[in-house]
Design a binder for this molecule. Structure first.
Ligand code: IMP
Ligand code: MG
Length: 191
């Protein structure tokens, strides 16, 4: 019998996408994620009644979240990406942030919404926000799918948060461990 991998709390050991890697539990199921992303899209649409909106996805972790999210924002917008390198293959933050790809679109005078997969220590985000705020955007806010609320380094508030995350290592729906498991349609906690 195949396990129902969309239900929260179910061990997903039989999911072939996991390649035998044990997961502790499913933290957020795909239906729950979809419902929350719809709400977030509505919230974001209402928060920006006018002006140019540029949604900046931080790659690679935000790629699935961003693509679902922008389809739920019912107002004009543009999409671009940032690539920052921070973690490598480790499960703990190294603290160094490097911009590998910088958006070509100008940020000046626009509402910038930076989309992140997860806020952990907050180092990545703080460094990026410093960089982006120097480019005279009309506003600069963060939308994170997950927030661990342990961010000692975060000097900026996260305006839009999908879910409060447990302090565990999470994979799926864009989040990786050593580049694996990004394609899980749910978010699981690794053993
Ligand atoms: P921070 O700079 O410590 O906030 O870490 C930010 C980045 O680390 C995120 O954008 C993720 O790419 C990665 N990260 C942090 N926690 C996790 C996790 O639980 N699973 C997968 N990646 C994570
Ligand atoms: Mg990562």
């Amino acid at each position: 019998m195949p396990v129902n991998v969309s239900s929260v709390g179910t061990p997903a050991t039989e999911d072939p996408r996991l390649d035998g890697r044990p997961v502790k539990r499913i933290a957020f199921g795909s239906d729950e994620i979809a419902a929350r992303v719809r709400q977030l899209g509505r919230e974001i649409g209402e928060a920006y009644p006018e002006g140019d909106l540029l949604v900046l996805g931080l790659l690679k972790g935000s790629f699935i979240f961003l693509s679902d999210l922008v389809r739920e924002i019912r107002r004009p917008l543009q999409v671009d990406f940032l690539v920052a390198a921070s973690y490598g293959d480790a499960m703990v933050s190294s603290g160094s942030v490097r911009l590998v790809y910088d958006p070509e679109t100008t940020l000046e005078g626009k509402h910038i919404l930076l989309v992140e997969d997860i806020v952990d220590s907050g180092r990545t985000l703080s460094r990026l926000m410093d960089l982006l705020s120097e480019r005279s955007p009309r506003s600069l806010e963060v939308c994170a799918l997950l927030h661990k609320h342990i961010a000692e380094y975060l000097r900026y508030p996260t305006k839009f948060v999908g879910f409060d995350a447990p302090n565990e290592f999470l994979v799926g729906y864009g989040l990786d461990h050593a580049e694996n498991f990004r394609h899980l349609p749910y978010i699981a906690s690794l053993q």
